[in-house]
Design a protein around this ligand. Structure first.
Ligand SMILES: *Cc1c(COP(=O)(O)O)cnc(C)c1O
Length: 363
């Protein structure tokens, strides 16, 4: 048996070269004569590692010096709650754009900590999320602590074609499933965060990129361990960080730089997504993706079979063909292929071939 193509939405595939390097140095990392998992986060070797990870990420994303980069324990859901705790003063409100499951979750987690207001909910009359909504900056509360949105809805496969304009209100984006997939103008944001397990590394790590002046805000009464500014001052070493996840993220950043950076990844990712959407659209209704063309995600492609009764067979046969985890999210059903950076073009080609063959046999 060999490694299959893994289309899981998260935790997701990691670049094979990264896993091989981790395997090769698992028992003895660098000159440490121990595993990276077994050494102090306060030792010189780990401090050098986290500094290099941050430097590589800053280079990849062109992150200006007036933004802090934090490597934190936990996932994106925790950041849903930490965002209002850190950026909203008591009594202040925050505006939210809802474009699918995760942006709705962000409102629910923020609710106990800030007066949330849903500025737009993009659900259609049947409750489906099929396009990124337009955000009119004139409708944003000028006193809001921030405007929050999710750049790529992982379950619905809806991605904002452009960063929305939030006027003078700081814009905060959940980039869990699209960070590092293409270049991004970080200067447009007050904050960007992402759980690692889609396009960065293994789970257990969240990345926060936040404008330093916003860290000076009073925020809500909260413990120091929940305070972004405290983590920033401590260089993400306020307490033990998820060292192995940071190590793997560092390998992924180095791999991305070696691949040529985010312009190159964008071209590859666009080709991968186009190939799959073309196959779906050309299937004469055997497969369907109803998302509006401009909002179609490059990273997560949900699709439906014309006959739902074929889903189980599709999943069984695709798995046998070495194509893993194509089941759609239980909230909307159907199928889904996630095409993060670690998915090679050959994986998408194999999926498209399988889909064509399946349609010919079952159509
Ligand atoms: C997966 C995901 C989350 C939740 O991440 P956790 O790390 O499980 O908390 C939030 N937002 C988006 C866009 C996601 O894809």
């Amino acid at each position: 048996m060999s490694r299959a193509f893994n289309f899981c939405a998260g935790p997701a595939a990691l670049p094979e070269a990264v896993l091989r390097q981790a395997q090769a140095e698992l028992l003895e990392w660098g000159a440490e004569r121990a595993s990276v998992m077994e050494v102090s986060h306060r030792g010189a070797a780990f401090e050098a590692l986290i500094a290099q990870a941050e430097a590589d990420l800053r280079a990849l994303m062109d992150i200006p010096d007036d933004y802090a980069v934090l490597f934190l324990q936990g996932g994106a859901t925790q950041q849903f709650a930490l965002l209002p705790m850190n950026l909203a003063a008591p009594g202040q409100g925050a505006d939210y754009v809802v474009s699918g499951h995760w942006s709705a979750r962000a409102v629910a987690e923020a609710d106990p900590h800030v007066r949330t207001r849903v500025l737009v909910d993009a659900a259609d009359s049947e409750g489906r999320y099929l396009q990124a909504p337009l955000v009119d900056p004139a409708t944003i509360d000028a006193d809001a602590a921030y405007l929050h949105y999710c750049h790529n809805e992982t379950i619905h496969g809806v991605e904002f074609p452009e960063v929305p304009d939030s006027g003078d209100v700081p814009l905060v984006g959940d980039f869990s499933s699209t960070i590092l997939s293409r270049p991004l103008d970080v200067r447009r944001f007050g904050g960007i965060y992402a759980g690692a397990q889609k396009n960065i590394g293994p789970s257990g790590l969240a990345l926060v990129i936040v404008r330093r002046d916003l860290l000076e805000r009073a925020g809500q009464p909260r413990a120091r361990v929940l305070t972004w500014a405290a983590h920033a001052r401590a260089g993400s070493l306020l307490h033990t960080p998820p060292t192995f996840s940071i190590y793997l993220a560092a390998l992924v950043f180095a791999w991305l730089r070696e691949m040529g950076g985010l312009e190159v990844m964008a071209a590859v990712n666009q080709r991968k997504a186009q190939r799959l959407y073309q196959a779906i659209d050309a299937s004469e209704g055997f497969y369907a993706n109803p998302v509006e063309a401009a909002s179609r995600s490059w990273m997560n492609v949900p699709f439906w079979l014309h006959d739902e009764g074929l889903v189980a067979t599709f999943l069984e046969e695709s798995r046998e063909a070495g194509l893993l985890a194509l089941k759609g999210h239980r909230e909307i059903g159907g199928l889904r292929a996630s095409l993060y950076n670690a998915m090679p073009e050959a994986g998408v080609a194999a999926l498209v071939d399988f889909m064509g063959d399946f349609a010919r046999r079952k159509g």
